[in-house]
Design a binder for this molecule. Structure first.
Ligand code: RFL
Ligand code: PHB
Length: 408
């Protein structure tokens, strides 16, 4: 019985429920993690409902990741949503690392035989939304007051309100794909979770602008004024970041101030040849590393930013969301198709192994490339480490191998 039924019933908490739905997997959150899981399950004939508190336009308006690992591309192919990505995404076979005006190319292909694809998270999300709409799978946007019930018991349910109406979904499992600020992780009793966290003493100010990039590959630049990243979305659109203070507000950063600061950090040759233009998006993101373990509590499975956050320096957040979702999809398929609990029981440990390797790499990239108002000893160690990276093929291989993504 998968269809929705309209009737009024009282739940144990005495709320009047106007609409009751039934599905196999209730997915909370329509970011890349939730939508990708929904698509993979749909292709396997497993029913899911996706619940999202924002509008589709709002979700698409968030400018975030830009770099996809090969493993993520394969998962998107498996979900049947990689057509436009292959046509419009651009393959990058290396990145450049800048230190105080000097630059070194990290040649992924020569060092480890791999590459990444530059294709915005917005586009991945749009492709997933389109695929979901095309197959008629159920997504419910603008839901309020989402609550999870009986997650450790036999009758897991998700209640919510939409346009003032109380609704409830009965399900076998709940996938918590609702990001760092979502309700899923907070529904787990605190004593059942172990949390690991590092907050960095700076943020990233990002600007999106319609100008052609003056760089062919991403440039991660460390300068005495702080970090800067030159990235792109297409042959006509750049995405650039500068390290900023946590106290800074977007209003304090005019476009002129942003470009001036970016040019001072990115390297003189690039600054001399780049063009600038008005920002079409500007935002500040704080940087943190965060992991909540385990990623399962009873019938609730966390995936993506709901369970972990990495600083954007390693370009790992979206890719980790994709690997979590892949493992969770395999586990659910094993359950529904083969009748085995094994994948579900092993999900958290399997996902966390990959999570921690990305947490380590993102922490390393962040600490090496940013300026901390730090003690002199740490500054010297940081400089020595970057010097080693510039001179050692082994160090470059380690960076390349992690950047393109460890195997799924
Ligand atoms: P999301 O994208 O946060 O989606 C969660 C969704 O859940 C909804 N939600 C709820 N829905 C219903 N009920 C509730 N109570 C809800 N609470 C929340 C939210 O509205 C939202 O739609 O998490 P997801 O799907 O796990 O995806 C994670 C990625 O978005 C994230 O890791 C990346 O964007 C991180 N990231 C990067 N990752 C990369 O792999 N490569 C990159 O180059 C990269 N660059 C970045 C980034 C993140 C950045 N910011 C802004 C944090 C650059 C930046 C600047
Ligand atoms: C981006 O293009 O937004 C981007 C690229 C690489 C990163 C972070 C963000 O490490």
């Amino acid at each position: 019985m998968r269809q929705g039924m309209l009737h009024v019933r009282r739940t144990s908490s005495e709320t009047l429920v106007a609409k009751r739905l039934r599905t196999q997997v209730a997915i909370v959150g329509a970011g890349p993690a939730g939508l990708l899981l929904g698509q993979l399950l749909h292709r396997e004939g497993i029913d899911a409902i996706v619940l999202e508190r924002r509008t589709p336009e709002y979700v698409l308006g968030r400018i975030r990741a830009g770099v996809l690992e090969q493993g993520t591309v394969r998962v998107l192919e498996h979900a049947g949503v990689a057509g436009r990505l292959h046509r419009e995404g651009s393959i990058h076979r290396g990145i450049e690392i800048g230190i105080d005006g000097r630059r070194r190319r990290i040649d992924f292909e020569a060092l480890v035989g791999g590459s990444v694809v530059v294709y915005g998270q917005t586009e991945v999300t749009r492709d997933l939304m389109d695929a979901r709409a095309a197959c008629g799978a159920r997504s419910i946007y603008e839901v309020e007051d989402v609550r999870l019930h009986d997650i450790a018991g036999r009758t897991p349910r998700v209640s919510y309100r939409q346009h003032g109406e109380a609704c409830e979904i009965e399900c076998d499992f709940i996938a918590g794909c609702d990001g760092y600020h979502g309700v899923s992780r907070r529904s787990i009793p605190p004593e059942a979770l172990q949390v690991y966290e590092r907050i960095y003493p700076f943020g990233w100010l990002g600007v999106l602008a319609d100008v052609p990039p003056a760089w062919e590959e991403l440039i991660y630049a460390s300068s005495p004024r702080g970090f800067a990243l030159a990235s792109m979305r297409s042959a006509t659109r750049v995405r650039c970041y500068v390290q900023c203070s946590l106290e800074d507000r977007v209003e304090q950063w005019s476009d002129e101030r942003f470009w001036d600061e970016f040019k001072r950090r990115i390297g003189e040759d690039v600054a001399a040849r780049m063009s600038v233009g008005p920002s079409i998006e500007k935002s500040i993101a704080p940087l943190r590393s965060f992991v909540a373990e385990p990623m399962r509590y009873g019938k609730l499975f966390l995936a993506g930013d709901a369970a972990h956050i990495v600083p954007p320096t390693g370009a790992k957040g979206l890719n980790l969301a994709a690997s979590d979702v892949w493992y969770l999809y395999e586990a659910l398929r094993e359950f529904y198709v083969e009748g085995s609990d094994r994948g579900l029981d092993g999900y958290s440990a399997r996902a966390l192994r990959r999570v921690w390797s990305a947490v380590r790499f993102s922490w390393w990239m962040t600490t090496q490339l940013h300026r901390f108002s730090d003690e002199a000893f740490n500054e010297r160690i940081r400089a020595a480490e970057l010097e080693y990276l510039f001179g050692s093929r082994a160090a470059q291989c380690a960076l390349a191998e992690n950047y393109i993504g460890l195997p799924l």
